[in-house]
Ligand binder design. Structure first.
Ligand SMILES: [Zn+2]
Length: 368
């Protein structure tokens, strides 16, 4: 079965390869090499050219030796900052960074699970359907690699990614849609001491709007946030411009539309009180999805978990992942828990036990 020593060694090897968003060259080369060695047909797509990144998505194909729908396994190659020069430490069965960086178990835990599962498959001579692998670029901050994935080149309509920090066995069956929002409030500059009457204070106008907005948890399914604000040049100038960035998320797609619209209305109305103008821009960064219990992608996951004696737990997630993009593009994709903890922080950790379980689960999916 899964070779724990080999799995942990590969995890430690991969987290030490620098691979920030759009800087995945070394990681892409390493993963292509590993898959070629295992006899997969491997290529790199054009996602890198599209975004001017260092590398494209890495795609691998293993021909099946039994009938059945093709399966796609995904993990992302990039990681958040501080994520360079990672020095992993293994202590009493738990892997952490030495404390100055993240660990990058998000998403190296997923990568090594897929690689190990492929190795076990070959060693045991298991029968399996056609298997496709996609190691994506730039998932963090925009799901860019998944968006550029040429799904027309893929055969699979069923996919799995191990990119949730829930326990192994948790299945993300619902995830929200998200709007990214950029607001510019424009006032008029003037000397704050000599002619304040001639100015329109953009900071005050923006503050009025933000103060009258409802942000945070809007309802059970919907959240919103104002996350970044910048503006003003000096204390003696009435500020003429403020830039604000925010977001709206909801498990219910049309609630995103409604809340974004509400935010725009509040800004326009409140800024107008002081005579300021508002430029409100929003973009649907990804769509929501909901995967039913009776869908093939769910049934296979539940069956594979049962074989391992693990309990399936259906969950909703507050964030987006490559699964949002695939589901919107017609490939049913479940995001699966890999048992990482405190991802995106310098306290990020994963137990060896969870690394092993995730790899076993991945292997079970391939042969179920
Ligand atoms: Zn991730």
């Amino acid at each position: 079965m899964v070779n724990q020593e080999r799995l942990v060694a590969e995890f430690l090897e991969l987290v030490q390869i620098d691979s920030l968003t759009f800087k995945e060259r070394q990681m892409a080369d390493a993963l292509m090499g590993k898959m070629k060695e295992m006899g997969l047909e491997v290529y790199e797509d054009r996602a890198g050219e599209k975004y001017n990144g260092e590398a494209g998505n890495v795609i691998g194909r293993l021909k099946g030796n039994k009938e059945g729908p093709a399966l796609l396994f995904l993990a992302h190659m990039d990681r958040v900052e501080p994520g360079t020069g990672i020095k992993p430490v293994v202590e009493e069965g738990v892997i952490r960074s030495e404390g100055k960086t993240i660990l990058a178990s998000d998403n190296c835990a997923g990568i090594v699970a897929i690689l190990e599962a492929l190795r076990v498959l070959k060693e045991k001579g298991d029968s399996h359907p056609d298997i496709e692998v996609a190691f994506t670029i730039a998932e963090e901050g925009g799901l860019f690699g998944a968006k550029a994935l040429e799904t027309g080149q893929l055969r699979a309509k069923t996919a799995y990614t191990f990119d949730s920090s829930g326990p192994v066995g948790s299945l993300v069956v619902r995830a929200p849609a998200q709007d990214g929002i950029k607001i510019t409030v424009r006032g008029r500059a003037s000397h704050a001491g000599v002619a304040p009457e001639e100015g329109i204070n953009a900071i005050q106008a923006a503050s009025r709007a933000i103060a009258s907005l409802k942000v945070g948890r809007i309802d059970k399914e919907t959240t919103s946030n104002i996350g970044v604000i910048s503006g003003g040049k000096a204390t003696n100038i009435v500020p003429d411009q403020v830039e604000i960035k925010g977001e709206v998320r909801s498990l219910v797609e049309k609630r995103v539309d409604e809340e974004t619209k509400k935010m725009a209305q509040v800004f326009v109305k409140e800024a107008a009180v002081l005579g300021a103008q508002v430029d409100f821009r929003h973009e649907r960064l990804y769509s929501s999805f909901h995967i039913g219990e009776e869908e093939e992608v769910s049934l296979r996951a539940v069956k594979a978990l049962k074989k391992l004696g693990l309990k399936p737990e259906r969950q909703a997630l507050g964030g987006g992942s490559d699964a949002n993009i695939l589901n919107a593009g017609g490939i049913r994709c479940l995001n699966l828990g890999n048992g990482s903890r405190k991802v995106h922080t310098t306290d990020e950790e994963i137990s060896v036990e969870n690394l092993v379980k995730t790899a076993e689960f991945c292997h079970a999916l391939m042969i179920t």
